[in-house]
Design a binder for this molecule. Sequence first.
Ligand code: ASP
Ligand code: MG
Length: 429
Amino acid sequence: MALIVQKYGGSSVADAESIKRVAKRIVDTRRAGHDVVVAVSAMGDTTDELLDLANEVAPIPAPRELDMLLSSGERISMALLAMAIHSMGFEARSFTGSQAGMITDSHHGAARIVDVTPVRLREALDEGAIVIVAGFQGFNRDTRDITTLGRGGSDTTAVALAAALGADVCEIYSDVDGIFTSDPRVIPKAQKLDHISSEEMLELAANGAKVLYIRAVEYARRHGVLIHARSTFSSSEGTYVLGEGMKNPREAEGAAAMEEPIVAGVATDFGQAKITVAGVPDVPGKAAEIFKIVAKSGANVDMIVQNVSAASTGRTDISFTVPKADAAAALKALAAEQSEVGFENLVHDDQIGKLSVVGAGMRTHSGVSAILFEALSAGGINIEMISTSEIRISVVLRDTDLAEAARTVHSAYGLDGESDATVHAGTGR
Ligand code: ASP
Ligand code: MG
């Protein structure tokens, strides 16, 4: 008998029919003899609808009240799910985040879990009940207020429950089949991965892959939680996300250990914009000034490139990328300090795309980046910026080149499947 934590995303509980289907899946797991704890998201687009409502009554909703409002979405789905399970003849009990002991800091809208005290969940499990917990929400001890963990936070709820209860596995159910070598909507030949290391998953997620939330993967990595990302809409197995030293459960069952591929996946990101600060005096301290201004604007800088300065002018250009949504604030902040910093002008370019190749095998294999550059060169695709980490190479391209570039590169690394992936047009939520 195992203890299994399951998380169902909004698309899995979008209506009464879906809730009944999920209830059946939970009951089947229980029938197989396991203890089950479920973290559930709000039904369908409920959270977005509640946000819209809030914005209709107030231009800037009070953060405390917004968390009160948004946390109600998950209370609806948890209660309905428990009812559906009851009607199938099984005992189920739903709990809000605070009842479940999800203790967070007091940061409304983006609270971090600081402790999990699942006393009531253990009692319910001991009494043989299936436990349902509202995802995405917690409670702060100092303010005694309800908090939410940020969009997509139910993944983190599930992983935190799995860690606190010592679960054998945390199954994250959504409307996609698992983790793919790339986004199947961009690259039809993308293949579902059997498993991936959590460090590769983190790099993919940080560079545009949307299946799992970064914070949930980080939490799992820190606490040694095994994640199994799989689909609510099929019975096929998904992808295991393995932390350090974890064994692939499928290999433990006796299958031959597979040779690890050098590259795990190719991520695409259409969400970045490039800002160029042109004609910056090439003297010490200017980069510090610029990035201090950008940081204060709240923009999250990703890639940075500084050109060699022209000898005749003693000036240089510094380009960097930020999420599109952060660009306006960064530009405004820089413009306000133009004379102070002494640069000549600012250029904003939001027609870029970022392509990233991720693989732990890069540490031990040479020539991995050469394959990328050759593939792009053969495709006649121009590279505008390059950055690398230990297990990742990223390039910035024209956004119109990104999809084609991703297909070429995916193929060059031998990642193409034999047939096209079946895409259920899922969102991964
Ligand atoms: N309902 C919340 C959201 O839509 C949390 C979640 O789905 O994980 O962001
Ligand atoms: Mg949702």
